[in-house]
Design a protein around this ligand. Structure first.
Ligand code: UTP
Length: 290
């Protein structure tokens, strides 16, 4: 039985929906209630038990690479002014309980291509993928991906996390068709994955919520995937062919709220939701809105 140690976080996309904020900075470095989005994502991976985190970044943008490194200059300055709280917080960022490895995707050629960029670090092991623009409430860090990891280590079966959307919103997501809606252990059996279907053609309202756990086999399918009309290699295409070969893929229903930080409205709502964890901020913001 193989253990899951590695997780890939693809963060090399163009972020066009968030321009101009993302012109020189990757969207995963934008702040959410005072911390870069990537910080929450890396914490989620560590809480789930991953020990090797592979960040795929874009070589033309300011990325999270140096965020997780020690900043001696800053630490010296904070020591001088005796700001112990901030110093501790800064040290925690660079002393994580996981190894962070950075790889560069030479061009934004799609999510599938971003995953393949990390192939030489995965070798023959299973791995997880977290899409960093999909943020899940951190109170649920021991559910979701953590449960998918546990399930893989017991069964060696790949799985993805599923959220529920309004039927009218299916064209914004990858939507799945499931076999057994009333499965006993919470893991549903997936029959098909369709990219952004029209609500009339969507087989369900269950969308792929940006968390995946894969046996190494998926790399073979990704390597066979041809670029689509926009020149991108898509993960959905590889999943489609994986399922067509009768391979098993399970789906776990998401617990907690999820926010899409890849668009301006979702990002704003996520900022409110995360900031509201601080009661004082919540009170003041609600007063202002009134
Ligand atoms: P998205 O399609 O949501 O991100 O990809 P994007 O392409 O950056 O956004 P828009 O559509 O232009 O606004 C999902 C995840 O995959 C990563 C993105 O960074 C994002 O976290 N990605 C996407 C890559 O790492 N490389 C790519 O070539 C494409």
């Amino acid at each position: 039985m193989k253990k899951l140690k590695k997780v890939i976080i693809p963060a090399a996309g163009l972020g066009t929906r968030m321009l101009p904020a993302t012109k020189v900075i990757q969207k995963e470095m934008l702040p959410l209630a005072g911390k870069p989005i990537i910080h929450y994502i890396v914490n989620e991976a560590i809480k789930a038990g991953f020990t090797e985190i592979i960040l795929v970044t874009n070589e033309n943008k300011i990325s999270s690479e140096s965020y997780f490194e020690t900043s001696f200059e800053l630490e010296t300055a904070l020591s001088k002014i005796s700001n112990k709280t901030l110093l501790k917080e800064m040290r925690e960022i660079s002393n994580l309980k996981a190894k962070i490895i950075n790889v560069k995707q030479n061009k934004p050629k799609g999510l599938g291509h971003a995953i393949l960029t990390a192939e030489s670090l995965i070798l023959d092991e299973p791995f997880a993928v977290i899409l960093p623009d999909m943020i899940i409430d951190s109170n649920y860090n021991l559910k979701n991906l953590a449960l998918m990891k546990k399930n893989f280590e017991k069964t060696q079966v790949s799985s993805i996390l599923l959220g529920k959307c309004k039927k009218s919103e299916t064209q914004n997501y990858g939507i799945v068709k499931v076999k057994n809606k009333n499965s006993k252990n919470n893991f549903l059996e997936i029959n098909d994955v369709i990219e952004k279907p029209n609500p009339k053609k969507a087989p369900s309202n269950l969308f792929v919520a940006g968390r995946y756990v894969f046996s190494n086999e998926i790399l073979r399918y990704l390597n066979k995937e041809k670029p689509d009309l926009s020149g991108e290699i898509q993960l959905t295409g590889a999943l489609y062919n994986f399922l067509k070969d009768s391979k098993t893929l399970k789906g776990l229903l998401l617990e907690g709220d999820i926010h899409d930080c890849g668009n301006k409205l979702g990002y704003l709502i996520a900022n409110l939701a995360f900031s509201f964890k601080d009661k004082k901020i919540k009170r003041e913001v609600l007063k202002f809105i009134k």
